[in-house]
Design a protein around this ligand. Structure first.
Ligand code: OOG
Ligand code: MG
Length: 256
């Protein structure tokens, strides 16, 4: 592989310059493995930290068949969330800051304790302070939003913006909650929380387990996105987007 720092630079510059780049596997790093890709992702996050951002959470991706089908990649992946990606619930994001953004409704967890993997669903839930409705804005740095699994991992799993609603205590059952994505009051996608690995708490446990393989863990206070339950939808200036999740609540953002 080319130097991870060099590959991270390509993606960092694309994000900051709001332009796409060819897939790394199609040019600078044809033999990029998943393992290498997580090293590139870590270097990419370092570039953000060096410019003053702080890690505030993590995200799972490709945890539902709707998402796997949309992008043609069929294994869960994870990425890192920073404070610069967080938009306020009910707040505004600017289309002009982004490349070709898409939005998806998710269930998020807020942790009250550190969580080390490998973890069971029960252990994962024991570390949870609350559950929130969330929206994730993904914005692949690759042309036409097309990538292989190592490419999307290196690109911090397309992470761009996220919005979390008010946390509520963990509902008794998380495995069959209705999830609705509305744009300008019109329902554009619906799903059950079962779409996310049968239960979004399983996604949280799987994340802790995957992180443990690289010596990482989840920290108290972090927000964890469990993965989109529906396909992601393109957003445009003027859109008001809302995720509505049974027994959990809502998260809203306005695109200007
Ligand atoms: C990769 C990110 C996937 C999710 O929730 O499944 C993701 C992508 O679709 O660009 O965030
Ligand atoms: Mg997502």
């Amino acid at each position: 592989m080319a130097e991870p720092e060099k590959l991270a630079d390509i993606l960092h510059n694309a994000q900051r310059g709001r332009h796409t780049v060819p897939m790394l596997t199609a040019g600078d790093a044809p033999g990029l493995t998943i393992e290498d890709a997580y090293t590139v992702q870590a270097a990419l996050v370092q570039l953000r930290l060096a410019s003053g951002e702080q890690v505030t959470g993590m995200k799972m991706g490709l945890t539902s068949s709707a998402k796997m089908k949309q992008v043609g990649v069929d294994e869960p992946i994870y990425g890192v969330l920073t404070d610069a990606m967080l938009a306020e619930d009910g707040g505004v994001i600017r289309r002009a800051d982004l490349i070709h953004p898409r939005i998806e409704p998710e269930i998020a967890f807020v942790l009250k304790d550190d969580l080390h993997g490998p973890a069971t669903v029960r252990q994962a839930l024991a570390a949870v302070a609350g559950v929130c409705a969330a929206l994730e804005v993904i914005d692949s740095r690759y042309q036409d939003f097309k990538f292989t699994m190592p490419d999307v991992v290196a690109d911090n799993t397309s992470a761009s913006r996220f919005i979390v609603g008010t946390p509520v205590p963990v509902p008794a059952h998380l495995d069959n909650l209705g999830i609705v994505l509305e744009i300008n009051g019109v329902v554009v996608e619906t799903a059950s929380s079962a779409a996310v690995l049968d239960n979004p708490a399983r996604s949280l446990a799987a994340l802790a387990t995957m992180l443990a393989r690289r010596g990482g863990y989840l920290r108290a206070g972090q927000v964890i996105l469990s993965g989109g339950a529906t396909a992601a939808v393109a957003i445009n200036p003027g859109d008001t987007v809302r995720a509505v999740i049974d027994a959990v609540g809502t998260a809203t953002v306005v695109v200007e």
